[in-house]
Design a protein around this ligand. Structure first.
Ligand SMILES: O=c1ccn([C@H]2C[C@H](O)[C@@H](CO)O2)c(=O)[nH]1
Ligand SMILES: [Zn+2]
Length: 131
């Protein structure tokens, strides 16, 4: 996997974040099972609760284009603090990522820490709970 490419795509995408309310830019890039990289940004709304986070934008784009699994994700934002995906995004990531898949949480300088999915969502609820 080319991490540098994922970081480049996430940084570039972040320019398109639509953030007139929070001014907090987020960009995400995911590598999928089809070998393609998909990007996403946060898209806010005057009705604040309708905002879609960058991570979910990227995942929904990928799945709607035919990807089935997410193998790695890079999340960057426009501050010096490393990204921390919200609970909703972690749950959606869990639908398409396996426990040991890689999550890079980065800031605007691309300082990052690498996690596995299970580290950022321990005790995840999944389809297996309904067997
Ligand atoms: O990991 C995160 C955290 C927050 N946001 C967005 C939602 C909203 O647009 C703004 C402030 O919450 O940041 C993301 O896109 N991803
Ligand atoms: Zn989120």
């Amino acid at each position: 996997m080319n991490e540098k490419q994922l970081f480049d795509v996430a940084n570039k995408a972040m320019e398109n974040a639509y953030v007139p309310y929070s001014h907090y830019r987020v960009g995400a890039a995911i590598l999928c099972n089809d070998g393609k990289i998909y990007s996403g940004v946060n898209v806010e709304n005057a009705s604040y609760g309708l905002t879609n986070c960058a991570e979910r934008t990227a995942i929904f784009k990928a799945i709607s284009e035919g990807a089935k699994r997410v193998l790695a994700i890079v999340i960057v934002n426009g501050t010096d603090i490393k990204s921390k995906p919200c609970g909703a995004c972690r749950q959606v990531m869990g639908e398409f990522m396996d426990s040991d898949d890689v999550v890079f949480l980065a800031n605007q300088k691309n300082d990052f820490k690498e996690y596995t999915f299970k580290e950022i969502l321990p005790l995840a609820f999944s389809d297996k709970d309904m067997d």
